[in-house]
Design a protein around this ligand. Structure first.
Ligand SMILES: [Mg+2]
Ligand SMILES: [Zn+2]
Length: 165
């Protein structure tokens, strides 16, 4: 079985601006992200992003906007020798429709675990909100809660040291 690092997007990979981020010009990858993801990749972890994008349900932006931004992100990281296996996102919001894919629900994580044959016990979820950690927990994946826009290099120290709760 494989092991993976599941990552929230906004505030973990790219700067959390306190507003919806869907335009390329508003999107900036945080400083430590590339070196940190390279380290994890070299340790044999698959890298998967799991994101809530309720702005789609709210009509603030479209699936096409999100896909375009994600294509940019994947290509940018790829140019820097970081391979993102997949980006899963929930386009829903409870005020508009119910779903089981929005974090703190764990459906997207479970999809990723099944598709890529990932052992949850060997994997981690890094997020900047409690709901990220809850979603991981439901799928049996240990969470690492960080402040928004925190250094990813520092965040992964317990993984590098092999600490497991
Ligand atoms: Mg976030
Ligand atoms: Zn959903």
């Amino acid at each position: 079985m494989n092991k993976a690092i599941l990552l929230d997007r906004d505030g973990v990979i790219n700067q959390e601006r306190g507003d919806y981020t869907y335009r390329r010009e508003d999107f900036s990858v945080l400083p430590d992200v590339i070196p940190a993801l390279r380290v994890l990749q070299e340790m044999g972890y698959m890298l998967i992003i799991i994101s809530n994008q309720s702005g789609i349900a709210k009509g603030l932006f479209t699936i096409a906007d999100v896909e375009k931004l994600h294509s940019y992100l994947v290509a940018y990281l790829d140019d820097n020798d970081v391979r993102i296996k997949e980006i899963y996102y929930c386009p829903h919001h409870p005020e508009y429709s119910s779903c089981i894919c929005r974090k703190p629900d764990s459906q997207l994580i479970e999809k990723a675990l099944a598709r890529f044959n990932i052992d949850p016990a060997k994997s981690f979820f890094i997020g900047d909100k409690e709901r990220d950690i809850l979603a991981g927990k439901k799928a049996g994946v240990q969470g690492i809660l960080i402040d928004s826009n925190f250094s990813l290099m520092k965040a992964i120290e317990p993984i590098i040291k092999g600490e497991k709760k």
